[in-house]
Design a protein around this ligand. Sequence first.
Ligand SMILES: [Zn+2]
Length: 315
Amino acid sequence: MTHEPATYTTSERTLGRLPSGADVAVTVHRYEGGDGPTVYAQAAQHGIELNGPATLRRLHEELLDTELAGTVVAVPLANRPAFDHRSYGAPPEFDVVNPNMNRVWPGDDAGTFQERLAAELWELVSAADAIVDLHTGTADMLEHVRVTEGDPDARRLAEVFGTEYLLVDDPEDTPGGKLRTAAAEADIPAVAVELENSRQVSHDAVDAGVRGVRNLLRELDVLAGSPEPPPEQTVLRDDPERTAAQASGLFELRPDVGVGDPLEAGSELGTIYCPSSYERLQTVTVTDSGVAYSLTREGVVVAGERLAAVGRRVE
Ligand SMILES: [Zn+2]
């Protein structure tokens, strides 16, 4: 592997068409150095997740000015229809069947709108040797990297990324069609990064994103140098037993519960009230003991919705 100044090119890749005839495209940034692996970095599959595009923009400045052994391919806005609509998924007018792009990978060129876009993008994704998929969550979520259990290459990339929490999940319990799981099936190590806070750019989260992708590129020797040593990391296993609303109404979280807190199975998490009659509809209790890594705070909830994500500590 030789580190050489990168040749930078940018291009538009057409993924599909809107009814008006306008193209749905993505901008692809390619930084090509000496021999080495190809790393694909993508952000904003979910249109309200803005720290990913901000991370890739910051990283762009760095990659223009460095030597690489390998190629970095970056797509800062994987889902323009959702981004323009300021929505998590594609507008229902375009795809009522598959609004969530992260449930359709590796796509289907004869499928629904979102499946066709993903199939076009998959050609780029599947040419990579490693994949980083940048996401964000709610304000009440611990920053973490998610990785599929039993995939040591992906696990190593998740560790070097350097968040304090890692979340492993069993492919059997994971919904199909995630980019990360489709990549694992294609034998490409992939990590999904959950940086904080959708709908806004957080400088701390962007810093963590830039450091993380840089660490991952160093680990693969695409960038010279060693990754920064990660902090002491807590590994959690996702709970397939979701703590969910059994009634629709207005949810109030117990005020003394926060992310990072250890919770015991059966302990009280909050209450769902009927906002019209004031009736107490459900005292919500935690299904599995563990650490709360994501919480729904006050808000409107619909029966079946997840209210807390609690991960068991993996020793
Ligand atoms: Zn997301």
